[in-house]
Design a protein around this ligand. Structure first.
Ligand SMILES: C[S@@+](CC[C@H](N)C(=O)[O-])C[C@H]1O[C@@H](n2cnc3c(N)ncnc32)[C@H](O)[C@@H]1O
Length: 335
């Protein structure tokens, strides 16, 4: 993640990078070089625009220029191994930036008002994920593509902290396109998985997994957790980046449903971003992606308190850093 985030430190760098991606320069320059004059002409840059763009990209460590030839730096070529993540992060940050610009005071003072006005909540339209129609598939695919790429890179750090040996079946609640479940069964022989999510999301998930080796080991169960219990049969139930979407009473109700569905000795896993904490360094531009969810992230201690109230045992939390602090909380239903 760090390999990518270093190119999203400031908005201007991110805009410059998004511009050259849209112009197809990744392909044009590739691992070789291209004439700066031809790139500028093809993109319709003014002389001042070209000087600014090349200057920003050089200062940001994306390109180097020699005798009118543009090359990518070795570090940027390395970062292009994660091009899907770079593009997803650029797209989402540039999409939500206007919410943070225009509504910063509202974000700090009046979250319900922020949620009514911010574009980001027009994107995550769970109400459009209920009926499988061509329009709903298109609308839902916009954000499922983003969450899928994030999970592709977040899953490993969470799974590293889980002991799944001996477990048979994992239920990933709000498991989206199945990427977390796919990586779980990929690394744990004998484990099968089930994704419980809204119907349109499950349909997109089936398509996402269709070409993977884990396709047969991950099944999708469409449903709405507000309206129904969780399916029985899993000895691990996980909630990855799911509970923060919901106010406390819903989050607790969902955890109650997990308690009801788990057998004795069943494992409960919560994998979430931690509360946003500002350290000594200023926040980078890339953090606009998380700032729009500012009050949603809960401390591990609160989840742990709830789990203890349900009667879970062996409750433990681990915190670690990706682009910000994350936490994995585990708990076991008594034997
Ligand atoms: C923020 S996304 C997280 C997705 C994924 N677990 C990840 O880590 O990227 C929340 C997920 O919960 C699902 N979800 C929202 N409301 C739900 C409901 N009422 N019942 C089941 N799933 C729901 C969404 O469709 C979405 O896939």
């Amino acid at each position: 993640m760090a390999a990518v985030d270093r190119y999203l430190k400031t908005e201007i760098e991110a805009r410059a990078l998004a511009f050259i991606l849209a112009q197809g320069w990744i392909e044009t320059i590739g691992r070789g070089s291209a004439r700066s004059a031809s790139l500028a002409a093809a993109a319709g840059l003014t002389p001042a625009g070209a000087a600014l763009l090349f200057g920003i990209l050089a200062a940001g460590g994306v390109i180097a220029e020699e005798d009118g030839n543009i090359v990518f730096t070795p570090a940027f070529i390395d970062a292009l191994r994660y091009r899907d993540l770079l593009e997803a992060k650029l797209w989402f940050a540039n999409f939500v930036a206007s919410d943070v610009h225009d509504l910063f005071g509202t974000l700090l003072t009046d979250m319900p008002h922020f949620m009514r006005r911010a574009k980001v909540f027009e994107l995550f339209r769970y109400d459009l994920a209920m009926a499988v129609t061509p329009d709903n598939l298109t609308a839902t695919a916009r954000w499922v593509g983003y969450t899928t790429v994030l999970t592709r890179y977040e899953a490993g750090a969470g799974l590293d902290r889980l002991e799944l040996g001996g477990r048979r079946h994992m239920l990933d609640v709000g498991g989206n396109s199945g990427e977390f479940a796919r990586q779980a069964v990929e690394r744990q022989p004998g484990l099968t998985a089930e994704v419980f999510d809204l119907p349109v999301v499950c349909e997109l998930g089936r398509r996402h997994l269709a070409a993977t080796k884990q396709k047969a080991s991950v099944r999708f169960t469409p449903g709405d957790l507000r309206q129904q219990p969780l399916p029985q049969g899993a000895d691990v139930i996980s909630f990855k980046s799911m509970l923060h979407d919901w106010p406390d009473h819903h989050a607790r109700e969902f955890l109650q449903k997990a308690w009801d569905a788990l057998p004795p000795n069943g494992l409960l896993v919560i994998y979430e971003r931690a509360e946003i904490a500002i350290g000594a360094a200023p926040l980078p531009y890339s953090m606009v992606a998380n700032l729009v969810f500012l009050p949603f992230f809960r401390p591990a201690a609160l989840y742990m308190q709830w789990l203890a109230e349900f009667g879970f045992e062996g409750i433990a939390a681990q915190e670690f850093t990706l682009e910000m602090s994350f936490q994995v909380i585990i708990a076991r239903k008594p034997a």
